[in-house]
Ligand binder design. Structure first.
Ligand SMILES: NC(=O)c1ccc[n+]([C@@H]2O[C@H](COP(=O)([O-])OP(=O)(O)OC[C@H]3O[C@@H](n4cnc5c(N)ncnc54)[C@H](O)[C@@H]3O)[C@@H](O)[C@H]2O)c1
Length: 276
């Protein structure tokens, strides 16, 4: 995050943020940025150990404690599988008890992760297994929907809230691999538009960020990468950093974007403007 954006981004003090899938990767960077801006933050993951899978944190509770100590905000760690309605209800209630009602919801949990935990193989339109298909639908679309259904009625009642859902560049262009994943991200975009329409009279904004390839630890560990795309610099033909995604989420979370709802912000260095 550069100095200019630090100065220009409004404070989130007084907000309570729930960031799903924030034990690692993009979610972890987002939880850190929101805490840095003064929000109280519930970090969430499917297990205490998920943050350690690619070496980013020892545990979810350790991350929550570190953010509280470093940023002087209140934090809590909540667990739950977002594709299970009862677990979602429990994690939202645990957040409310620890920090108060959620005013910023970031639905970051998800990914192209199949039934066995890794990337589906095969992963095309015609050959992906049904088990992997269902796992991806659950982890992305159903999970986002269930968390929205658990949190947004309270926001509507309180007439206040900002929701940021996660799409992907692959949800906006045709692909020959990660097809089901792309379909679910496209579904999240449309679900978001419908929510924004439904909630526009109730003080609740709902937007999507659609990152291009971004250097989370899982991204780097689970596919061949191009070292030339990792160099920082003025050329936007490169991978994003998690912090570059977190900056846009922080903007959408706070008052600087107070009249923005139902929008998709593509964070891909203009990659999506050209054929893949
Ligand atoms: N990294 C990229 O290149 C990229 C690009 C576009 C979109 N995205 C999206 O950004 C988000 C974060 O991706 P990332 O690269 O940081 O991956 P990641 O695997 O590091 O983070 C995903 C998190 O979601 C959690 N999660 C997965 N399934 C869950 C479930 N059923 N219940 C609860 N938690 C669950 C994981 O444990 C993990 O903490 C995802 O929605 C992904 O689709 C990533």
């Amino acid at each position: 995050m550069n100095e200019w954006s630090r100065v220009r981004t409004a404070s989130l003090a007084g907000s309570v943020a729930l960031v799903t899938g924030s034990g690692r990767g993009l979610g972890r960077a987002i939880a850190s940025r929101l805490a840095e801006l003064g929000a109280d933050v519930a970090v969430h993951d499917i297990s205490e150990s998920a943050p350690a899978q690619f070496g980013e944190e020892k545990s979810l509770t350790g991350l929550a404690e570190r953010l509280a100590a470093e940023q002087g905000v209140r934090t809590t760690a909540v667990l739950g599988d977002i594709s299970d309605e009862a677990q979602v209800a429990a994690m939202v209630e645990a957040t409310r008890q620890a920090l108060g009602p959620v005013s910023i919801l970031v639905n970051c949990a998800g990914g192209d992760i199949g039934a066995a935990g890794g990337k589906p193989d095969p992963n095309g339109a015609l050959d992906i297994s049904l088990a992997d298909t269902q796992a991806i639908i659950n982890r992305n679309f159903i999970g986002t929907m269930l968390v929205c259904r658990a949190v947004l009625p309270g926001m509507k009642e309180r007439q206040q809230g900002s929701v940021i859902n996660f799409g992907s560049l692959n949800g906006h262009r045709a692909v020959t691999s990660e097809v089901v994943y792309g379909c679910m991200k496209a579904a999240i975009v449309h679900y978001t538009r419908c929510l924004a329409m439904e909630l526009r009279h109730h003080g609740v904004r709902v937007n999507v960020v659609s990152p291009g390839p971004t250097m989370s630890a899982r991204f780097l560990a689970t596919r061949p990468t191009d070292p030339a795309m990792m160099a920082a610099g003025p050329d936007l033909d490169r991978y994003a950093t998690p912090e570059e995604i977190a900056g846009v989420v922080a903007f959408l979370a706070g008052p600087d974007s107070g009249f923005v709802s139902g929008q998709v912000v593509r964070i891909d260095g203009a990659a999506g403007l050209y054929p893949a």
